[in-house]
Design a protein around this ligand. Structure first.
Ligand code: KG4
Ligand code: ZN
Length: 372
């Protein structure tokens, strides 16, 4: 291993085939993200078999292109990391097999990365880039910090204690917030994926026109629920009559939904901040840091609301660039690099894990995290 570490990361757990090379300053040397939107759009959502096949057909070319963009040969790579779960198993198998093959052929370590951990650590990659050289080796963002993880399959509040060590404060008891965005969008006749489409239309809409619920708001604890909100959207769409929503209705409905979803997230996060400050107060500088990650963290309205919440509670707010919130290879490479630094590599007998909770001690929820 040279002085500066370089890790290749491969992501195939959902509907993006992605690869990137990252170094230990947090710099992304080369990356490619191929979204399968066109493959799944006709079905209005992800079809696991189509996803697995598309990953299989493209992963080699995506890895080669990321390496070309990075200007690195395989002999300069210190380890290869792939998402080992949780996620759609067919896709995870493709990424893991590809990474293992490279590791075996090049005689370098293979690292199985927990996709959720990668989302939670991305902020350390961007903080590392911004930190002075002396702080880079440890990452510019120190543990413990609070994480709001919001994606297509997960909605969780976690305390990041260390690499591989998370304490879950709350999770969804039914749907993930990204799923609520996607399903609500589908009911409104919008294209998949719903999140970006809802955000775009919401900009022109009136957020007060439809009175939608803020599930769990005001209750103690940090758990989430989004199925009631989804049902309320369905009733609102039905209430608009057989002709369906017009342009104005769509914008207003998107704005009302986005406001309700953000407000629900903010309410639960406020409780989590209190719990975090109480339990970690002695170990954090000032009031601590809130990190947001996962695809829904690309949403500008949510980011603005979280920013305000942090101002109110004295927290420092860290949100990675939007393209690093949605699935990408750099986050996998970085999480792999963090593990490599600690000697946490995996054997070639690692078995892909469709379920892989970050906090194994947290109570299992019936539906939460059932899909990618
Ligand atoms: O993290 P991610 O890319 O994949 C998973 O690990 O699930 O998250 C995908 C989710 C989808 O539900 C998508 O609709 C949502 O993130 N999303 C957004 C936005 N961009 C992506 N939701 C709201 N606003 C956005 N701008
Ligand atoms: Zn993700």
């Amino acid at each position: 291993m040279g002085d500066s570490l370089k890790v290749l990361g491969i992501e195939t757990s959902c509907d993006e085939t992605a690869a990137a090379v990252v170094d230990d300053t947090g710099a992304i040397l080369g990356e490619v993200v191929r979204s399968q939107y066109d493959d799944h759009a006709p079905f209005g959502g992800i079809v696991p078999e189509i996803a697995a096949r598309a990953h299989l057909e493209t992963v080699d070319a995506i890895v080669a292109e990321a390496m070309r963009r990075a200007g690195t040969g395989f002999d300069e790579i210190d380890a290869v990391a792939a998402t080992g779960g949780p996620g759609l198993i067919g896709g995870v198998i493709v990424g893991v097999m590809t990474a293992k093959a490279i590791a075996a052929a090049r005689n370098i370590p293979f690292i199985a990365v927990n996709h959720l951990e990668a989302h939670a650590l991305t902020a350390r990659m961007t903080a590392s880039m911004a930190a002075p050289m002396t702080a880079q080796k440890t990452g510019g963002l120190e543990f413990p910090y609070l994480v709001l993880l919001v994606s297509g399959g997960h909605t969780q509040l976690l305390i990041a204690e260390n690499i591989g060590k998370f304490r879950r404060l709350g999770t969804t008891i039914d749907d993930a917030v990204g799923e609520a965005f996607d399903k609500s969008a589908k009911m409104m006749g919008l294209d998949y994926p719903g999140g970006p489409a809802v955000e775009r239309l919401a900009r022109e809409g009136d957020r007060n026109r439809f009175a939608l619920p803020r599930p769990m708001k005001g209750r103690p604890g940090c758990d989430f629920s989004f199925s009631g909100l989804k049902t309320a959207v369905r009733h609102a769409v039905e209430g608009l009559g057989a002709a369906g929503p017009g342009e104005r209705d769509l914008a207003d409905l998107c704005a009302s939904f986005q406001a309700a979803a953000s407000e629900a997230l903010i309410d639960r996060t406020r409780n989590a901040i209190e719990m975090f400050q109480e339990s970690c107060g002695a170990r954090i500088r000032e009031k601590g840091v809130l990190v947001v990650g996962g695809g829904v963290a690309a949403n500008s309205a949510l980011r603005a609301a979280l920013e305000t919440l942090c101002e109110e509670t004295g927290m420092r707010f860290v949100a990675p660039a939007q393209k690093l919130c949605t699935d990408n290879g750099a986050m996998i490479a970085w999480a792999g690099l963090e593990r490599l630094r600690l000697g946490l590599t995996d054997g070639l007998d690692f078995a892909p894990r469709p379920r892989w909770p970050l906090d194994p001690d947290a109570p299992r929820r019936a539906f939460a995290g059932a899909k990618a």
